[in-house]
Write a protein that binds this ligand. Structure first.
Ligand code: MEV
Length: 445
């Protein structure tokens, strides 16, 4: 166990030296390895160093693109940052499939953000309600210096509600703020406004004529935005006549059979939590890659999406298929997901590759970015279910994984080229690749 006082005060080199000297025998090698990932332009490196604390090097992720993605009759090349092989390929495959079938459709249903001031108050509830009615305009007036610029952009505070939580915890109430933060994710804006609400709440309670004794003492527990934004939500869908789906499994599965198998696959994710988790994970493969590429917060989006998936008391699929439409010969597959995204402020303006990614998308509004991210999530999910209910996931997945397996087995360039040809017709697995390399190295392939 190695400990250190004042690590954060060391220079970047000092931090790297400490880590290398204390955790690695080949410390000189580790230092030069970590340094090799520093950016060669000091200004650019300084930018990355300042994103977070105690930075000792950069961690690279692949920046890929998903071209030819038709969303609401507009073609996009979507930037995707992700480390998992086959995610970009699966999404692109799906984009290709749907491009000739009307593409993806998407619509933002609402863009409301949420924040809460959690507080303790002891007294008769109807007196708190009367106080709240008196308080509400004062909360807004006191926060006006914070909300003015957001209001000028068309956003601001949409509503403030008093929520009684005493059924769950004695004397516990909330001020729940609803916000429109336009094109920004709005975390700093919301948190600043909430802290202003909290100060006003305490001050006004202490001087309110209608309160007596301890009623004048409000204990604010905390003021913080909620990452659960069920009313900041986007719907994306694909649809076409069932017959237009074509055939699957090298022509052995017709469109009708495929559509019903697909529907059953979705149904499994609707009723089984284990499957729903994997199903939704596949959706977030696509969404997260767009979120990373656009400098948004994937932890917030994931947390929110999974909470939303449990909104009916049981964790379930974020997608649904219309069986009514299917009965009528129409395939319509829909994803509904809350996505609180921003296209201004934060990393979106600082990270050089995020800036370029946004330019690639035509500098979309938050509303448009929500639609793009949802369409990509749906694309990945469609691709996954299509494979799962037809040839199985491993065929495509392992093909994509082939290069990684070959790399871990130290295959030479020539062996990689041979393997690519050999595995067009053969099933990829760790053991089959190992066998192939043994044969190749013995000169038998
Ligand atoms: C792998 O990253 C994602 C899938 O497991 C999703 C799914 O099963 O639907 C393929």
């Amino acid at each position: 166990m190695k400990e250190i006082e004042g690590f954060s005060k060391l220079t970047k080199q000092g931090k790297l030296d400490w880590v290398a000297d204390n955790y690695f025998e080949d410390n000189a090698q580790v230092k030069s390895e970590f340094e090799s990932y520093w950016h060669n332009k000091p200004d650019t490196q300084k930018l990355f160093d300042e994103f977070s604390e105690n930075t000792i090097t950069n961690f690279y992720m692949p920046f890929g693109v998903m071209p030819n993605t038709l969303i609401n009759d507009k073609i996009y090349t979507v930037p995707m940052v992700i480390e998992e092989s086959s995610v970009v390929a699966a999404a692109s495959n799906s984009a290709k499939f749907w491009r000739s079938r009307g593409g993806f459709h998407a619509r933002v249903l609402a863009m409301e953000k949420v924040g809460q001031v959690h507080f303790i108050w002891r007294g008769e509830k109807r007196r708190l309600l009367a106080f709240f009615n008196h308080l509400k305009p004062i909360l807004k007036a006191d926060a006006a210096h914070l909300t003015g610029r957001m209001e000028a952009r068309g956003g601001g505070i949409l509503d403030i509600q008093l929520i009684d939580m005493t059924a769950y915890e004695a004397n516990y109430f909330q001020l729940k703020g609803l916000f429109d933060t336009c094109d920004s994710m709005g975390a700093n804006f919301i948190n600043s406004v909430l802290e202003s609400f909290a100060a006003t709440l305490r001050r006004e309670a202490s001087i309110y004529d209608g309160f007596e004794g301890s009623e004048k003492d409000i204990e604010v527990i905390m003021s913080i935005l909620s990452n659960y934004t069920p009313n900041c939500i986007v719907r994306a869908w694909v649809e076409c006549p069932v017959e237009a789906l074509g055939s699957f499994d090298d022509g052995t599965m017709d469109a009708q059979t495929f559509a019903w198998r697909f529907a059953r696959g979705v149904r499994v994710a609707q009723v089984d939590t284990y499957r729903a988790t994997t199903h939704n994970k596949g959706i977030f493969n696509g969404i997260d890659s767009v979120i990373l590429a656009s400098g948004n917060d994937f932890r917030a989006t994931e947390a929110c999406g999974h909470t939303y998936a449990s909104r009916n008391g049981r964790y379930s699929s974020l997608t649904s298929i219309s069986l009514e439409d299917l009965e009528k010969g129409h395939f319509k597959y829909t994803l509904e997901v809350p996505l609180a995204l921003g296209t201004v402020g934060g990393l979106t303006t600082l990270h050089p590759l995020v800036k370029r990614g946004m330019e690639m998308l035509g500098n979309p509004s938050a509303n448009e970015l929500m639609q793009i991210a949802a369409a990509v999530g749906l694309a990945n999910n469609f691709s996954a279910i299509r494979s799962l209910v037809t040839v199985g996931i491993q065929k495509g997945h392992m093909k994509m994984h082939l290069l990684n397996i070959l790399k871990t087995m130290h295959a030479s360039e020539a062996e990689v080229e041979k393997a690519k040809i050999y595995f067009i017709k053969n099933v990829v697995s760790y053991s089959s690749v190992r066998e192939f390399l043994e044969l190749a190295r013995a000169g038998n392939v």
